[in-house]
Design a protein around this ligand. Structure first.
Ligand code: ADP
Ligand code: MG
Length: 251
């Protein structure tokens, strides 16, 4: 469904951030992109969103090269305070993209209701983002992205700023939403436990510069997963060995 073919990205100065990134995300899959801070995860996600173009290789979505942003790819950013519109209420934030798409008011209301309900924010629809907790803001971002019914949801460390308890609740919520919508998810994180908790497969990146995909690790554990569940520690160790440093073998 989504293919990265020898994708590279260099900015004007310095060495290339990404080099020879090749992997594919399958339809309906929950795929985690795991790598240390600064390795180029956000860059890769922004290329997929079409905000920027690769300087080498190609990204294909449904067989066609990605050239620009599109409603078929929704994105959830790490920083809700920056991503949500502070002057709009929760429901207006969700409706915003629909309005841009020219969706009529009555239909907008139906869609907004559906997705606010899906993320459990019905009771908070008239609040502004600053009146919502961090976890609620992230759920609002998810609702806003899903309202456009993207086939692919791109998530950039969406729960990184949340406390451990809220984060683990959000994991359960996200898996429920993934189940309910059958959306394909590409989820960026630097947290090994988070990747093992969520992913069907983990694409482990090497540290930058010239970061690439070191290995794809399938996680076959049943859900819901929990560090106390049998097999979790073993999967965690396997990923950690790849993740730890360059010494594990940069190929
Ligand atoms: P991650 O999300 O894995 O923490 P990023 O993708 O944000 O990493 O950044 C990877 C590298 O690319 C960093 O060294 C960063 O400074 C660099 N980088 C990102 N965006 C730009 C840009 N627009 N211009 C120059 N360098 C950039
Ligand atoms: Mg990042």
């Amino acid at each position: 469904m989504l293919e990265f073919l020898e994708v590279g990205k260099a900015f004007d100065v310095g060495p290339a951030v990404l080099r020879d990134v090749t992997f594919a995300v399958r339809p309906g899959e929950f795929c985690c992109l795991l790598g240390p801070s600064g390795c180029g995860k956000s860059t890769l996600l922004y290329l997929t969103a079409g905000f920027e173009a690769p300087t080498a290789g190609e990204i294909r979505f449904d067989g066609a090269p990605v050239r620009a942003p599109g409603r078929d790819r929704g994105i959830v950013f790490q920083d809700s305070a920056a991503a949500l519109f502070p002057w709009l209420t929760a429901e207006e934030n969700v409706a915003f993209g629909l309005r841009l798409q020219g969706v009529a008011a009555a239909q907008r209301r139906v869609v907004v209701d559906r997705f606010l309900h899906l993320v459990g924010l019905d009771a908070h629809r008239h609040k502004f983002p600053r009146q919502l907790s961090g976890g609620m803001q992230q759920r609002l971002q998810i609702a806003r992205a899903l309202a456009l019914e993207p086939r692919l949801l791109l998530m950039d460390e969406p729960f990184g700023a949340l406390d451990a308890h809220t984060r683990s609740r959000m994991h359960a919520e996200l898996l429920r939403i993934w189940d309910a919508t059958a959306t394909t998810i590409l989820f960026v994180t630097h947290d090994i436990a988070e990747a093992v908790t969520l992913a069907d497969r983990i694409a482990v990146m090497s540290p930058g510069p010239e970061a690439t995909i070191r290995r794809i690790v399938p996680v076959a554990l049943p859900r819901p997963r929990d560090p106390a569940v049998e097999g979790f520690a073993q999967a965690y160790r396997e990923v950690r060995e790849l993740f730890a440093d360059g010494a594990a073998g940069g190929h």
